[in-house]
Design a protein around this ligand. Sequence first.
Ligand SMILES: [Zn+2]
Length: 196
Amino acid sequence: MSKLHFKYGTMNSGKSIDLMRTAHNYEEVGYDVIVMKPIIDTKGNDKLDSRIGIQRKVDILIKEDDMILKLIKNKITEKTACIFVDEAQFLKEKQIDELFFITKKLNIPVICYGLRTNFKAESFEGSKRLLEIAEELEELPTLCDCKEIARFVGRKVNNQYVLEGNEIEIDGDNENIEYIPLCGKCYLEKVKKIKF
Ligand SMILES: [Zn+2]
């Protein structure tokens, strides 16, 4: 039986690259895939972007109140082998529940990619649900500047780390905002201003 997967990592951990590579693997051997992402991410509109320049068009953009089962209904073919979701942290709890249902109802695996936590080190709604119910969890690692594994993300506004602000501020929309992958110690030191 197909499973719900959650591949999580902080910023710059290659989530979109992994998605595009895995999707390509299916297509290369003649299968179809469906690639979705929530509409809230305006970084690439209906495209997936990666830092190394590869792009891919998204088949379905998901709105906050969309029923995913309805969205995919006309896109599923006999050759559909996998459903991919980028930026899955932004989905609603009930949409994650729906993806879980889809893996069992249609027997098609769903692979979600996303951030585990926001810049305050708290779960996003979608990630929280995925950590609760995904049957396969995989961390995509990236490195902090100090060479430790980065599992946190810091938000910089005008080059200063902040702990206040809305959960969702997409970098690129506001050129003063950037996101930095950080290890636990650097997160405490740089963002929480804790001295060791
Ligand atoms: Zn560090």
